[in-house]
Write a protein that binds this ligand. Structure first.
Ligand code: NAD
Ligand code: UDP
Ligand code: UDP
Length: 319
């Protein structure tokens, strides 16, 4: 099922200076591929890819994907889009533009070049799900006019565009539904639960649980996620997805807070804050398809991945 890796072909990574994108750039360079990293630094930073500056196979271009992009590449990973609620709700109109105009431009680029293109979609397309765990066949339960809609409806429209470019223009597409992912290089103030809890525990500040902490998420370590992304991109041409990639072990936010506190130590207390609007009650991927088609299985348990993440933030604050 897995095609040969195409060494030497230039790969475009949009959002490449972000959390996931920077890890993907690292892995592509390790595999001997030329990487063009495109980012407007909305939520990512040059620091995330600074270690690649000067590398012969790495190029960084500051560009906003809502504008056309004319470059020559053979594969496109379209990751550009803020992923944390704090960031995507800061400028919601720009968030929708990034998903929708960004998808049109990157699909137009893929069409002109006959390049294969992978879309970083999200478990948010399922909204606040009434089917649990969520298989790819589930159409979701999404509020079209809420504060999360710029993100989840933007991503849903991007999926629509991907499948229409595939049906109408035969563009080779890969749609990946990414579930909550964490690890080193998360932005310390991006507001996502793992980075918030770890940073709060390290600084001895209160751990902020939104609501009663009984809502659930399933957390995938970044290395596992990037492995899934590469497997999907390399999968046979007739496989479009959508495919769920995420770790199916489910935790309540209270359990996550307790685990982080145990691993970091310190004296932080747990405090409760109001639950944001439209916050999904539960989320857990059905990953049968990824197992069957990509032979992908998450390897890193939360405790182990948290240790790496905690070590990263300790180092960041020490420097
Ligand atoms: P991130 O915010 O760290 O990275 C996104 C990157 O895209 C940033 O570097 C940002 O500057 C860049 N960007 C934003 N708008 C842009 C634009 N208009 N033009 C060019 N660059 C732009 O987030 P991440 O966690 O690395 O997420 C990467 C992708 O994966 C996103 O598409 C996100 O929706 C998806 N995803 C992530 C998760 C997760 O848990 N991390 C879950 C589901 C989906
Ligand atoms: N596009 C781009 N780079 C390219 C080719 C196209 O950014 O190399 C953009 C361009 O802005 C275009 C969009 O992608 O509007 C969609 O392209 P498509 O060919 O589907 O449509 P059209 O050019 O007819 O609008
Ligand atoms: N959350 C929390 N405290 C925080 C940040 C988030 O309890 O400091 C909760 C949030 O309400 C949600 C869960 O943790 O129920 C995951 O939030 P995150 O923003 O990481 O991801 P998403 O909601 O997009 O899945």
């Amino acid at each position: 099922m897995i095609d040969d890796v195409q060494d030497g072909h230039k790969v475009l990574v949009t959002g490449g200076a972000g959390f996931l994108g920077s890890h993907l750039c690292d892995r592509l360079i390790e595999r001997g591929q030329d990487v063009l990293c495109v980012d407007n630094f909305y939520s990512g930073s040059r620091a995330n890819v600074a270690h690649l500056f000067g590398h012969a196979r790495f190029e960084l271009l500051r560009h906003d994907v809502t504008f056309p992009l004319y470059v020559e590449v053979s594969r496109i990973f379209n990751l550009a889009c803020p992923a944390s609620p704090v960031h995507y709700q800061f400028d919601p109109v720009q968030t929708t533009k990034t998903s929708v105009h960004g998808a049109i431009n990157m699909l137009g680029l893929a069409k002109r070049l006959s390049a294969r293109i992978l879309q970083a979609s999200t478990s948010e397309v399922y909204g606040d799900p009434d089917v649990h765990p969520q298989p790819e066949s589930y159409w979701g339960r999404v509020n079209p006019i809420g504060i999360r809609s710029c993100y989840n409806e933007g991503k849903r429209c991007a999926e629509t565009l991907f499948f229409d470019y595939w049906r109408q223009h035969q563009v080779e597409i890969k749609v990946m539904r990414i579930f909550n992912t964490y690890g080193p290089r998360m932005h310390p103030s991006d507001g996502r639960v793992i980075s918030n809890f770890v940073v709060q525990a390290i600084k001895g500040e209160p751990i902020t649980i939104y609501g009663d902490g009984s809502q659930t998420r399933s957390f995938c370590y970044v290395d596992d996620m990037v492995d899934g992304m590469l497997r999907l991109m390399d999968s046979s041409a007739d496989f479009t997805g959508p495919v769920n990639v995420g770790n199916p072990k489910e935790f309540t936010m209270m359990e996550v807070a307790e685990l982080v506190l145990r691993l970091v130590g310190g004296k932080s207390k747990i405090v409760h804050k109001p639950l944001p609007a439209d916050d999904p009650r539960q989320r857990m991927p059905d990953i049968d398809l990824a197992g069957k088609v990509l032979d992908w299985h998450p390897r890193v348990p939360l405790e182990e991945g948290l240790k790496e993440t905690i070590a990263y933030f300790h180092k960041l604050f020490a420097s």
